[in-house]
Design a protein around this ligand. Structure first.
Ligand SMILES: [Fe+2]
Ligand SMILES: [Fe+2]
Length: 412
């Protein structure tokens, strides 16, 4: 509250509406804020209406809202103030804003852009300023009042936010010795932010840079000889949700398999890791990324028709994002588009049979199968895995890869 008073005393902004919480503040402080608000309308959210009693019947538009009804009544109150002409209409076009998941905000460090909340259709209220640092407690505080998982940036400021992610990666890298867990966490957070940006405004050049830098760093940390065994033993989700950690983990497993079959160039690792980063990026919900057998999922009745459709189209949609990248090999797009196809033609969305798989797509599918097997089997053994997949893998490029992987016993 003291900060708000200082800001109103020294700031030059002209506000149309000021909303604040009075809980825990004295009547004198509340009074000071209201008086300093000049011509702005004021909504005081609190537990004791007496804090605004001095302003009853005054010219100033001062409204009290009990804290427990803020969620239901704040937007109605704003609307009625607008309709009565006491505050200007500040409806802005939704297309100017970009939603970002609440849990990502504390990972942003010092904010490079103002953060807004949507309190009513088209009404965005700034709640954090450029230069602030948001804590998890801050986010919880706001979500208690207006539940929902989304905060907003102006699209025009999105470049600065992404730029700060690249700096964050660079500074995590400069620590000596490199703190691997921390770097991985930054990469996972980057995934989350890139996903939110891409789903709303596509792969901007800055979003591409964050994705490419994150992928290059993952490869760098894998080293020249990625060891499948140690990667697989690291299987557990590393925070940040299923899709981010799964996508980064899949890249590592695919690179380790590529190493086993003798494809050991940096460009192969890059294609596989970038494809892994992108493959499920168009899915909104983690739960949907865990479905590998769409037919079974459909029959189980556990998905809504629109969810089934979303799963069915996500390989093509994610491939579409891959196409927006400048200067990436077309194989990345193919791997992404084919990641749910199966060698026997039972996959989706196209039901391609084995001869249509590129070698890297086939390897990518095996990497996914191996992860799925690792998630369900009690003890992971290569022999058992290939025994299980024996028939299905006994065709074309899958047979060649399965043999090569099993022949090389040096790294598992
Ligand atoms: Fe996936
Ligand atoms: Fe997928």
């Amino acid at each position: 509250m003291e900060e708000a008073i200082e800001h109103l005393e020294t700031g030059r902004e002209d506000y149309g509406l000021i909303v604040f919480e009075s809980r825990g503040s004295s009547k004198t402080l509340v009074r000071a804020v209201i008086e300093l608000s000049k011509r702005a309308a004021v909504i005081v959210c609190g537990t004791d209406e007496r804090v605004v009693s001095d302003f009853n019947g005054s010219e100033m538009p001062v409204v009290f809202l009990p804290l427990d009804s803020v969620q239901d009544d704040l937007s109605k109150t704003v609307k009625s103030l607008e309709l009565s002409g006491k505050i200007p209409l500040f409806q802005e076009s939704e297309s100017e804003y970009l939603g970002i998941r609440a849990d990502l905000l504390p990972t942003l460090g010092v904010l490079q852009a103002d953060v807004f909340m949507l309190i009513l259709d088209g009404r965005y209220v700034p709640i954090f300023k450029k230069g602030d640092r948001i804590t998890e407690a801050d986010v919880r505080h706001f979500l208690e009042k207006v539940p929902g998982q989304t905060f907003y940036f102006r699209k025009s400021e999105c470049g600065e936010v992404l730029q700060s992610r690249i700096q964050r990666l660079e500074s995590a890298l400069q620590e000596i010795p490199i703190n691997t867990a921390k770097v991985e966490q930054v990469i996972t957070e980057n995934f989350g932010i890139v996903r939110d940006v891409v789903s709303q405004i596509g792969f901007t050049p800055e979003a591409q840079r964050v994705a490419v830098n994150s992928v290059l760093l993952t490869i760098k940390m894998l080293g020249a000889s990625p060891k499948l065994k140690s990667i697989l033993s690291d299987l557990k989700e590393s925070g940040g949700g299923y899709i981010p950690s799964h996508s980064i983990y899949l890249g590592k497993v695919a690179c380790a398999l590529a190493h086993k079959v003798g494809w050991r160039s940096q460009s192969t690792y890059f294609k596989l890791s970038l494809a892994a980063f992108l493959h499920d990026i168009s899915l909104k919900e983690d739960r949907l990324a865990e479905v590998s057998n769409l037919e079974q999922f459909e029959k189980s009745g556990s998905g809504l028709p629109e969810e089934i459709r979303e799963i069915r189209v996500h390989p093509a949609r994610s491939a579409e994002y891959a196409r927006q990248f400048q200067e990436i090999p077309s194989e990345v797009e193919q791997i992404v588009a084919q990641h749910h196809e199966r060698p026997d033609g039972s996959g989706f969305p196209r039901g391609l049979v084995v001869r249509y798989f590129t070698p890297l797509s086939a390897l990518f599918v095996i990497a996914q199968d191996l992860i799925e097997y690792g998630n369900t089997a009690n003890e992971l053994t290569f022999e058992h895995f290939f025994e299980e997949k024996g028939l299905e893998y006994n065709v074309g490029i899958f047979r060649k890869l399965a043999r090569a992987i099993q022949t090389d016993t040096t790294l598992i």
